[in-house]
Design a protein around this ligand. Structure first.
Ligand SMILES: Cc1cc2nc3c(=O)[nH]c(=O)nc-3n(C[C@H](O)[C@H](O)[C@H](O)COP(=O)(O)OP(=O)(O)OC[C@H]3O[C@@H](n4cnc5c(N)ncnc54)[C@H](O)[C@@H]3O)c2cc1C
Ligand code: FES
Length: 265
């Protein structure tokens, strides 16, 4: 388990549906607020000993020191997230956090590009806040299926960063994907680092294009998880080292953030 991380019972402070099938959940978790770094995640289980038995991994979307709380932005898929959507203020959940490595902003980074797709914007918001605190000039590219599913704008717009929006159906921003314009944005943007979280095809495309433009790129991978802290080995991915050797890495423990060029896509 990540050093110093203890399982806790966290009380639900608030939960609401942001758009169809997507919820924001606020949990009281003072210890997590103190420790969490951008890009880390939580293992969350509803109800003690109840169903579903396994905890579900969720990126940490926001930390609110004044309320000693963290927020999670989640999309309903199966039993685990359906149970999460039924939570009410006052309920408690089993929480293990913060887990994983998180994003690493290099000391000499002056310009950064942050690319999110769908629910993948969740772990990017704390990173954007950190980049702003560090006075890193940052631009954002965000993709979503449609305008109603363009998430987190209420948090992103006040950051005042140049933001390009893309939707599959053209109902908000430009029709298409962030990767459509990425070569041009990289050519003129002179970014020191790119950070990405979203669906696999988006992250794969971003990593490939960043490789072409020799721009360092970090991606936050999603794999199905059992334990969340390196024991069950069910979240393994192949990565390639500088000599081209393939190694197995655990997304929960060695990641979830990896160098986009390391990942064997
Ligand atoms: C590090 C990490 C951070 C994540 N952060 C978020 C987040 O901030 N918000 C959010 O909504 N989701 C996030 N996910 C994905 C989330 O964990 C899954 O959607 C969730 O576990 C599904 O559980 P379920 O019981 O509802 O679905 P299940 O019944 O377990 O599965 C239903 C379907 O969901 C998909 N799925 C299940 N588990 C995963 C998984 N771990 N990754 C990707 N797809 C999965 C599969 O397609 C599966 O068929 C994250 C995953 C990881 C690994
Ligand atoms: S989820 Fe158990 S090792 Fe990664």
């Amino acid at each position: 388990m990540n050093k110093g991380v203890e399982p806790i019972k966290a009380q639900v402070l608030d939960i609401f549906e942001v758009t169809e099938g997507i919820y924001e959940l606020e949990l009281q978790a003072p210890a997590v607020v103190e420790q969490a770094r951008p890009g880390q995640f939580a293992m969350l289980r509803t109800g003690s000993g109840g169903k579903p038995y396994l905890a579900r991994p969720m990126g940490i979307y926001d930390v609110n020191p004044k309320r000693s709380s963290i927020s999670i932005l989640f999309e309903v898929h199966g039993a685990g997230t359906q149970a999460m959507a039924q939570l009410q203020p006052g309920n408690t959940v089993d929480l293990l956090a913060p887990l994983g490595n998180g994003f690493a902003v290099a000391e000499d980074t002056r310009r950064a590009l942050v690319i999110g797709g769908g629910i993948g914007v969740a772990p990017l918001y704390p990173l954007l806040c950190q980049l702003r605190r560090q006075d890193v000039e940052t631009e954002i590219m965000l993709g979503a299926q449609c305008g109603e599913r363009m998430l987190a704008l209420e948090r992103l717009v006040p950051l005042g960063m140049v933001t390009r929006l893309y939707t599959d159906n053209g109902t908000m921003g430009k029709q298409g994907y962030p990767t459509d314009d990425l070569p041009e944005v990289l050519r003129y943007g002179r970014f020191d680092q790119v950070f990405c979280c979203g669906p696999m095809p988006l992250m794969r495309g971003v990593a490939r294009i960043c490789g072409d433009y020799r721009t360092p790129c970090q991606v936050s991978l999603e794999e199905r998880m059992g334990c969340g802290f390196g024991i069950c080995v069910c979240c393994v991915v192949d990565v390639r080292d500088a000599e081209g050797n393939i190694a197995k890495k655990r997304v929960c423990y060695d990641g979830p953030v990896f160098d986009g060029q390391e990942v064997v896509w």
